[in-house]
Write a protein that binds this ligand. Structure first.
Ligand SMILES: O=C(O)CCC(=O)C(=O)O
Length: 294
């Protein structure tokens, strides 16, 4: 039985609706996040041991902490990074975080009681000076099918260490989520991007987020992550939630029902079921809304 729902208050909802983003301080306790850190630490540890045994790296970097070890390893081999980056990881602690009642309560305030966990959740070990994890200006809607532009797909961005200006926190453009989807193009660096001359003429806001706090974004909020000029790995997870009755508009990966009063039997409640859904999904076509030469 879950406890009393911790709703966002009126001011927070108003702020979110007006600005297109909202920082919620201390939304999570260390015990909500530590199991996932332990899960990633184990993957990094096993990966380092394997790479060292295979002669791919010259040290296991055992004395490095969670916030630096993967960076040291990835200077010599990409393999461990690839095992956790983006949507490939399907471990039990990640599932537990995605369906953490504190996050679902926040989501419920904004998307209603029938909650779909959107297929595009992401794990981002953002490495120092690393092109692959430097995300340019975009709106998440740019990646989805146009039929979802009017659906609130709520991002909850969750750092696993303090996200700072130095280690590459996010930067957002306030108020611009009411102006529809801006033109995106395929950047040279893996991602879609809004070209500079198509960005709204509004001063961006850099948003450091402390461990335990979370940042909410709409799918229409332009945002990017700024360069990581530290020696830290800025680990984070971005999860997305929406009304389960609406289309997710993203076929390459599978989402799942996270909370429902109408269809309680269809709610995914175990990490095993979550993993099975992710593993068995037959990917559909990827997003093709922006032609390659846009
Ligand atoms: O975490 C990052 O560096 C980028 C996150 C992002 O762009 C997103 O959540 O859509």
């Amino acid at each position: 039985m879950r406890g009393i729902m911790k709703k966002l208050n009126k001011m927070q909802i108003q702020d979110f609706n007006e600005c297109g983003y909202l920082l919620i301080e201390d939304a999570l306790a260390p015990e909500d996040l530590k199991p996932l850190i332990t899960e990633f630490e184990a993957i990094v540890d096993e990966g380092a041991a394997q790479l060292y045994a295979d002669g791919e790296i010259d040290s296991e970097f055992k004395s490095e902490g969670f916030d630096t070890r993967l960076a040291k390893i990835t200077e010599q081999s990409n393999a461990v990074f690839q095992n956790v980056f983006s949507g490939v990881h399907t471990g039990p602690a990640l599932f537990d975080l995605l369906v953490n009642p504190k996050l679902l309560d926040i989501a419920e305030t904004l998307v209603g009681p029938e909650i779909m966990c959107h297929p595009a959740y992401r794990v981002r070990p953002k490495l120092p000076e690393h092109e692959r994890t430097l995300v340019p200006w975009h709106q998440d809607a740019g990646y989805m099918e146009p039929k979802c532009d009017s659906v609130l797909q709520l991002t909850i961005w969750i750092p696993l260490i303090d996200a700072t200006v130095e280690n590459g926190c996010l930067e957002v453009i306030p108020h611009a989520h009411r102006d529809g989807v801006f033109q995106h193009r395929h950047s040279e660096r893996f991602y879609l991007e809004i070209p500079d001359d198509k960005l709204p003429d509004v001063n961006p806001v850099v948003v450091p987020v402390k461990f335990g706090s979370v940042l909410l974004l709409t799918n229409l909020t332009p945002h990017r992550s700024i360069p990581n000029v530290s020696n830290q790995v800025r680990w984070s997870v971005d999860s997305r939630y929406q009304d389960a009755a609406q289309p997710t508009g993203y076929q390459p990966e599978a989402g799942f029902l996270a909370r429902s009063k109408l269809k309680p039997d269809a709610v995914v409640t175990t990490p095993e079921e979550f993993k099975q859904i992710r593993d068995q999904h037959q990917p559909g076509p990827g997003p093709n809304r922006w032609a390659k030469n846009d």
